[in-house]
Design a protein around this ligand. Sequence first.
Ligand code: FAD
Length: 284
Amino acid sequence: MAGYRVVVGIKWVPNTQAVRFDPKTGTLIRQGVPAIINPQDLHAIEMALRLRDAYGGEVIVITMAPPPAVQGLEHAIGMGADRAILVTDRSFAGADTLATSYVLARAINKVEREIGRVDLAVFGQETIDSSTAHIGAQVASWLGWPYIYYVKQASLSNGSLRVVRQLEDVIEEYEAKLPAVISVLAKALRPRHVSLLNKLRARTERPIITWTNKDLGLDTRCVGLKGSPTIVAKVTYLPEVPRLKKVHKAENPREAARWLLKNLLSDEKTRDLIARALWGEGSA
Ligand SMILES: Cc1cc2nc3c(=O)[nH]c(=O)nc-3n(C[C@H](O)[C@H](O)[C@H](O)COP(=O)(O)OP(=O)(O)OC[C@H]3O[C@@H](n4cnc5c(N)ncnc54)[C@H](O)[C@@H]3O)c2cc1C
């Protein structure tokens, strides 16, 4: 294959904006909550597609998830990914990030054995449900590949990768030898829409394959709950903050600022908060 083979990890997550918290039981109400591709992973797919479009090669999207996640892979094919792999097995359930990244890294190894050399693995910055931002770094560590995160631009040449990464107050440029792993900065790009023609490919050409642990042959002590040393000791949810949601259509910025200040200062609690933020505790 001419060009570069890029693997993108995506996660099929509950749409957290639709998840409600049950204050009586202290649990999340997940029933009827639709699942979506983790929004930041759309940026990872977009970056991989741009690299393929610029340099040739192929994009393979991979997810470790229960079978319904195939819808997420179909979406990725619809965006233009060449193939996709669903890695699924009952023994993978209950995985923490260590066990998840282990399975993903071994799946990438299998891609290399059976499909061909992988040049780059691309991940989103973090997920909207667990938000650990561990997976990219851990996969890199299992594979022994260099890892760069918060990447907003990438280019490839002669076996190496050049990236621009953006931190809060600094922009850095790095070069790394391929193969490598990157995590894409949240909202770095504008993910393309699904094309109907591409989505039809998902049904007609069947570019999505499924691997279970029969295919991967991993020791069941290293995957799922058994392979997960992390223990979630306690989860505490913050009480919901009531919001007044006032909308003001201002004539100009000066008038808008005046309106905002007047409204903020008219509430005693907000006045105290502002005073403490400006002049410290006890100043209210
Ligand atoms: C003790 C414990 C038990 C858990 N049990 C369960 C459980 O039973 N069921 C469950 O669903 N979760 C469970 N989790 C959560 C699970 O470990 C995480 O969802 C998973 O490891 C990914 O972590 P994250 O969501 O923080 O990803 P992050 O590290 O924030 O993700 C970064 C990027 O990695 C990629 N990525 C993340 N996950 C995947 C994936 N699965 N496939 C491909 N790419 C991916 C995406 O590109 C993503 O943007 C458990 C966690 C712990 C600590």
